[in-house]
Design a protein around this ligand. Sequence first.
Ligand SMILES: [Zn+2]
Ligand SMILES: [Zn+2]
Length: 243
Amino acid sequence: MRVIQWILEQIFPSRCAGCGIVAPDGICERCREQLPFVEEDACPKCGRGAARCLCGKRYTTAEGNEVTFHFSPQYQQLVAPCYYTGAMRRGIALLKFHGQKRHALWMGREMARSLQKQMVLSQIDLVVPVPLSRSRLRERGYNQAVLLAREVAGILELPFSEQVLIKTKENAVQHTLSHHQRLLNVEGVYAVQGELSGKCLLLIDDVSTSGATLSSCGQALYSAGAEAVVCCVAAVTVRREDE
Ligand SMILES: [Zn+2]
Ligand SMILES: [Zn+2]
């Protein structure tokens, strides 16, 4: 550890996303065990446990947004280790809005573990993150999906690229929109640089709510020749009544 990192760690020690105790990993063992894990029989399209499948269903998220999960998303499978509640939800907020990049480490581990257990593809050629637009990237300084994708790729020993999929237009933030608006909002927003003929891709993001963003990215990847697209997110949202 570099000296400056060591000093920072003494002043601002890493804290658990769940209970706030000092935890170098970003999550303590107890909170890790109590993460809101998705059941093992997850639906391949919406990533929720089979009994909680939301495919094509209208629902209200815990944040009060009315959404419908995509009817026929443009990817083969969506894998998520957790639901977007509890320590996972707090960890994502810390990662995304408070600059605490270390939370990508434990989330990446959980994502890799779920992929090893559930992924339908036996081979992945490239891991790609859902991109941010240039202006959003400038604002935040980093893309949380890149941090997660790099972590997952490292653990699974897969090649990774943040140059392949790019965002060509600035659009409204998804969670402010209705389902129909969400679909229109992400249409034609993503583009692929290069050729992906016959390639199997693993697409990474932090959270999936309606599946519209992943599906739009999937469409761009398939249009560039991809043979298969599997998605993995740290968390999938839940219905308000299930929270
Ligand atoms: Zn804890
Ligand atoms: Zn489903």
